[in-house]
Design a protein around this ligand. Structure first.
Ligand code: XIL
Length: 297
């Protein structure tokens, strides 16, 4: 393959990018997107604040722009995200208890139903575990509705779109550590009790290198019977090109690693301002990291 998407496809994987609806009028951006990638993730457009700005009023215009661009060109869409402590609309931030739980279930049900049949995988729940050594849940308004909120979210998503793969997604979980082990234990419990979960996303916002046990961590999750995906890859630092190759090789070495998504196209599109963590420079030229990934695929 001579592009990221075709090379990944030859290995039975996809290669995706997070994209912004507001950039779909930028021809340099769209040319790279259409040439190189066969999956997209909306960077912000399917988040809770974007899709339900007022309670009970749903807005899918920008999410649709991205989904239509992708689906009309045969690209996959990763839905991101149905439930998260961040980027909640103001009305939801001010809710708690059973009213919030009910609003969460309604949100998941409505958004997943709207996109039914169009989404390859949904990040059903994003970033619900705490950083540090506890291995436990992050405190949030959603967590305070009861520890079962995550399984309720997954069951609700399954009922709304039975064809979508349902993922748990998080960061600082790229190696074997207390946080990733907490998630590992949750996934094992879900599988044993029949809670519908199909995949785990590893954001992989990295600096200079992947953890040495990156592949082993992906593999232990895969061994639980779920797919694994690299969902938000970006890597800053002088060792960038080598680290991108290592992540690519790790995914290819794990049979159930189904694809890689980079979190933006050009360095100038990145949320990590000034860190230049992506595969294309601000002018849209391929960087050394691009060649490194392509050669590893
Ligand atoms: C980021 C977007 O890239 C920014 O545009 C936005 O301002 C904040 O969110 N983890 C996630 C993503 O799951 O949704 C975040 O995206 C980056 C960290």
């Amino acid at each position: 393959g001579t592009t990221l998407g075709t090379a990944a496809a030859e290995k039975g994987r996809y290669f995706g990018a997070a994209i912004a609806a507001g950039r779909l009028g930028d021809s340099t951006y769209v040319n790279i997107l259409n040439r190189e990638f066969n999956s997209v993730t909306p960077e912000n457009e399917m988040k809770m604040d974007a899709t339900e700005p007022n309670q009970g009023q749903f807005t899918f215009t920008n999410g649709d722009r991205i989904a239509n661009h992708a689906l009309s060109r045969g690209m996959k869409v990763r839905g991101h995200t149905l439930a998260w402590h961040a980027q909640q609309p103001g009305w939801m931030q001010r809710m708690e208890g059973s009213a919030l739980r009910q609003a969460l279930v309604n949100h998941i049900s409505r958004v997943a139903s709207y996109y039914k049949g169009k989404i390859y995988a949904w990040d059903v729940v994003n970033e619900a575990f705490a950083d540090g050594g506890s291995g436990g849940r992050r405190d949030s308004n959603l967590q305070r509705t009861g520890n079962d909120w995550i399984e309720v979210a997954f069951r609700t998503a399954r009922a709304a779109d039975p064809g979508a793969k349902l993922c748990y997604n998080d960061y600082n979980t790229d190696g074997i550590n207390a946080k990733s082990t907490g998630i590992y234990n949750m996934v094992r419990d879900f599988k044993s009790r029949g809670v519908p979960i199909d995949c785990v996303g590893f954001q992989s916002h990295l600096t200079n290198s992947a953890p040495s046990d990156y592949q082993a961590n992906l593999q232990r999750f895969a061994d639980l019977g779920v797919d694994v995906q690299i969902t938000e890859l970006d890597i800053s630092g002088s060792n960038q090109a080598n680290a991108y190759a290592a992540v690519t090789r790790a995914c290819l070495a794990v049979a159930r690693c189904t694809g890689i998504t980079v979190w933006g196209i050009r360095d100038s599109d990145s949320w990590r301002t000034g860190q230049n963590p992506l595969l294309f420079d601000a002018s849209g030229n391929k960087k050394a990291a691009y060649t490194s990934v392509l050669n590893a695929l």
